[in-house]
Design a protein around this ligand. Sequence first.
Ligand code: AMP
Length: 212
Amino acid sequence: MKKDLKLVFLGPQGSGKGTQAKMFAKKYGYKTFGMGDLLREVAEKDSELGKKVDEILDAGDLVPNEITFDIIKAKMSELEVGGFIMEGFPRNLEQATVFDALVDLDAVVEFSLPEEESLNRLLYRLVCPNGHIYNEKTLKPKMEGKCDVDGLFLTRRDDDTEESIRNRLKIYHTDTRQVLDHYQKINKLVTVDGEQKIEMVALELEEKLSEL
Ligand code: AMP
């Protein structure tokens, strides 16, 4: 595996892009950032901007591009040379244009997942404050309501309502589809089957990235 790949991970909601980014980053010593996580930090702030972002996240809409550009530029300037995984950005063509001018990406990975499976995974998703993820139906914690790793209380994300999930999926299949088509045209798109077990997804991902 090359050490300094510059990667983007995209996928419909619940496709495991965040989980895979964290696993891959830990194994290969990469830095990883999730645009959704960075925006949730902004939303928690007691400010006008925080309130605005919080409302947009709950509705499942995309935050205005300018806000994401400020975040991405700050993150990219923090990075010294080396590899990274950017998860959940770019999600529309304008974001892709700005990002392409900032970095020469090696690959954009799409974790594919059928729409109904996305909905199932998110409606039953439980998250721990440190980012460990469970599912009430398919991946229950050992003790109800508590994280296996650090014992913290598990909660639902505010935007994991059926209405918000459907809205996020609609945006994915319109705006983000254009981003995927763009990277396919320039031979940078890698597709991984996100419906497999977590370990199998990780294996397919490593195989495909080691070919780069
Ligand atoms: P995620 O954690 O990736 O599911 O993202 C959660 C939410 O953050 C999304 O539903 C959007 O409201 C917002 N968000 C994440 N990435 C972006 C982006 N690249 N552009 C605009 N909004 C975003």
